[in-house]
Design a protein around this ligand. Structure first.
Ligand SMILES: NC(=O)C1=CN([C@@H]2O[C@H](COP(=O)(O)OP(=O)(O)OC[C@H]3O[C@@H](n4cnc5c(N)ncnc54)[C@H](OP(=O)(O)O)[C@@H]3O)[C@@H](O)[C@H]2O)C=CC1
Ligand SMILES: O=C(CO)COP(=O)(O)O
Length: 339
């Protein structure tokens, strides 16, 4: 009993801890693995994750664990919640320690560094095709989820039984509503592209533009996401749900979003490094912008907002010049399928 769990969470940052708290609060024994033994010791001693979610108590059923082998032996359900740029690395470390019956779900939002591949492709390359896979995606700030505030999320995967079991584990009538979805690609892509648009919204607000500009960015950002998603085989309707519109509205409008805060700082004249240091947690959109831009170019999909955010982050363009370029684009119909 001591070393078994209903689910193991890999990644003891803000979101991994929040999901582990949520699972444990549902009455499930949940092991939470983190790669820094000192951090895990602090979790055990403080009975909270003061570094990432200060003041929020860890339920008794949440067991912090520093040993990856112990964590992976404890349960066949493995929820990976590390930043996208280390997802492949963590899964590679996990691979020889996985059980034969392991099932892998991730809440990571992003694409593979440099190539812009979906996380599912990274997972398949590392562990092969035999393990059931799933993804969680949607508008879920870690702090609110951890505090038990009402939240909704979507889930999709390759194996209906795994998806059903995950809904059972995660769903709570008091705190977390989980929607099953059959668009595995769409859910992954939504979580990555919204990071880029949230930076764009932050840039716009940082410059001093108002609600009109922010809302236009959300609306046209949704069009960009849908266009890229359909080119990848996702269903357009997915993006009207939690993993599209939901996460875009959340992260483009609320300063809990690190991507939005990053854009805000840049819009006010801060440099990339200082803005990242001040946030002190992962800003997925910084890398994701390059990845989404690369993917869109490869597929020949027009993504003008992404293109301008890319120019600001990687080509030294000023946020004001980027905004001017977006505004001065040629007139077009709102519903045209091309740009
Ligand atoms: N926070 C949120 O509200 C939400 C986050 N997400 C997604 O969840 C993912 C994780 O983000 P989040 O928890 O917020 O990020 P944080 O920055 O809060 O935490 C990241 C965690 O990953 C750890 N980590 C870094 N490198 C490695 C590694 N090589 N091996 C193991 N662990 C590592 C960090 O450890 P260390 O501190 O030692 O570097 C840290 O504990 C991201 O893809 C994010 O987009 C999705 C929805 C909501
Ligand atoms: O994905 C998130 C909420 O759904 C978290 O957003 P940030 O990574 O921008 O903080």
């Amino acid at each position: 009993m001591k070393n078994t769990a209903d689910i193991t969470v890999l990644g003891a940052g803000s979101y991994g801890t929040a999901l582990a708290i949520s699972l444990a609060s549902n009455g499930h024994r949940t092991m939470l693995w983190g790669h820094e033994p000192e951090h895990i010791e602090n979790l055990k001693n403080d009975k909270s994750n003061e570094a990432f979610l200060p003041g929020i108590p860890l339920p008794d059923l949440l067991i912090p664990e520093a040993d990856l082998a112990t964590a992976l032996a404890a349960s066949n359900n493995v929820l990976v919640v590390v930043p996208s740029h280390v997802f492949g690395l963590v899964l590679t470390q996990a691979k020889p320690l996985l059980r034969k019956d392991s099932r892998i779900v991730w809440a990571t939002k992003g694409l593979e560094p440099e190539t812009g591949r979906l996380i599912q492709d990274v997972a398949r390359e590392v562990i092969g095709d035999e393990f059931p896979l799933a993804v969680l995606s949607g508008p879920t700030f870690a702090k609110e989820l951890a505090a038990g505030m009402p939240t909704a999320i979507s889930i999709a995967g390759t194996d209906p039984q795994f998806t059903k079991d995950l809904v059972e584990l995660l769903h709570s009538p008091k705190r977390l509503r989980v929607y099953a979805n059959d668009d595995f690609i769409g859910l992954q892509l939504g979580g990555a592209v919204k990071n880029v648009i949230a930076i764009g919204a932050g840039l716009s607000d940082g410059i001093g533009f108002g609600a009109n500009a922010r809302t236009a960015l959300i609306t046209r950002g949704l069009v960009e996401l849908t266009r890229l998603g359909e080119a990848l085989g996702a269903q357009g309707s997915t993006f009207m749900g939690m993993a599209g519109l939901g996460d875009l509205v959340l992260t483009c409008t609320d300063n809990q979003s690190r991507n939005r805060r990053f854009g805000l700082a840049l819009g006010k004249g801060c440099d990339v490094e200082t803005a990242q240091d001040e946030i002190g947690q992962v800003v997925e959109g910084y890398r994701n912008t390059k990845e989404v831009y690369t993917l869109a170019k490869r597929l020949g999909v027009e993504m003008p907002i992404t293109e301008q955010v890319y120019q600001v982050l990687y080509k030294g363009k000023s946020p004001v010049d980027a905004a001017k370029e977006l505004l001065s684009r040629e007139q077009k119909s709102e519903t045209s399928s091309a740009e």
